[in-house]
Design a protein around this ligand. Structure first.
Ligand code: GDP
Length: 295
């Protein structure tokens, strides 16, 4: 569906034959191709503009490397810049000095938040970290049932107080229970709405104030593309996130949301969801994502 950036750049660089250096005059068409490739990968427009400006500056300032064609050098600059923006290396989940580590999951409904909660628990178990899942979405009984079912499936306890309790209180008691039981990490699943909604934000802010989590992970559906940018901005401004989980990367999206999320929040993407099954969670690696975004 998408041409690789290298192929796309070929035409742009044809004019360069006989020239051995990146220059202001010859770089414009190549930058346009980068811009197009990123927009097709669903990176947010403003993020693309900032990114391209940065690449231009780096490319013009780059030293000529003998034996390396300027087009190859240019592609490497683009790739390296993508990796740099996305944070260079994988950043693991925080672990509190004294247990329990408290993780608050945030995001819109349908993004894969509840699934990611269970996936994370399974991932931590492989590191011998015990978990307690806390169900605070009292607005949708199905959401609590879903977490209970997932908990059973992976053999992890779920704390819930039904649908009549106050979500902030459920979170508080869930953390107390984890502390009492000597659990390593408590993961709080919260209510999502179809769209950003003031009540949802208020509730999340209150839960955060009350439990003082070590991690606030925003769950972002990679398929939402451009919208990931405004979603990230809203959640980060309002709640303050410490990282993100990008879900549904098993689809055919190029994953441009990864670049938007990182550039806008400055916080790392820690994991990616690559399927509906509880095992389908992987650590996020910036270099792999850079290659994917470039197509
Ligand atoms: P929530 O409303 O945010 O809690 O979302 P759910 O966890 O209920 O997930 C919504 C839908 O997305 C479900 O059908 C999940 O099976 C599916 N889902 C979640 N994560 C992934 C993923 O990484 N890949 C795919 N293909 N589907 C996913």
């Amino acid at each position: 569906m998408f041409e690789a950036l290298a192929d796309r750049l070929e035409g742009a660089w044809k004019k360069l034959r006989g020239q051995d250096k990146i220059s202001e005059a010859n770089i414009q068409e190549a930058l346009r191709e980068v811009r197009r490739a990123l927009l097709e990968a669903d990176v947010n427009l403003q993020v693309v503009k900032d990114f391209v400006a940065e690449v231009q500056e780096k490319a013009l300032g780059a030293e000529v490397i003998s034996g390396v064609r300027p087009d190859q050098q240019f592609i490497k600059i683009v790739h390296d810049q993508l990796v740099e923006v996305m944070g260079e290396t994988n950043v693991p989940l925080a672990e509190a000095e004294s247990a329990p580590t408290i993780v608050l999951m945030a995001g819109l409904q349908g993004t894969g938040k509840t699934t990611a909660t269970a996936k994370l628990a399974l991932h931590l178990r492989k590191q011998n970290r015990s978990t307690l899942l806390v169900a605070t979405d009292v607005y949708r009984p199905a959401a609590i049932d879903q977490l209970i079912t997932l908990g059973k499936q992976i053999n992890v306890p779920v704390f819930e107080l039904g649908t009549d309790a106050n979500p902030v209180e459920i979170a508080r008691q869930g953390v107390a229970k984890a502390r009492e039981d000597g659990i390593n990490t408590v993961i709080i699943d919260t209510a999502g709405r179809l769209q950003i909604d003031e009540d949802m934000m208020d509730e999340l802010a209150q839960i955060k104030d009350t439990v003082q989590p070590h991690e606030v992970l925003l769950v972002v559906d990679a398929m939402t593309g451009q919208e990931a940018a405004s979603l990230t901005r809203t959640f980060h401004d309002r709640i303050g996130i410490t990282g993100a989980i990008l879900t549904k990367l098993d689809g055919d999206t190029r994953g441009g949301a990864a670049l938007s999320v990182r550039q806008i929040s400055g916080q790392p993407i820690k994991f990616v969801g690559v399927g509906e099954k509880v095992e389908a969670l992987q650590p996020f690696y910036p270099d792999r994502m850079a290659s994917r975004i470039l197509g």
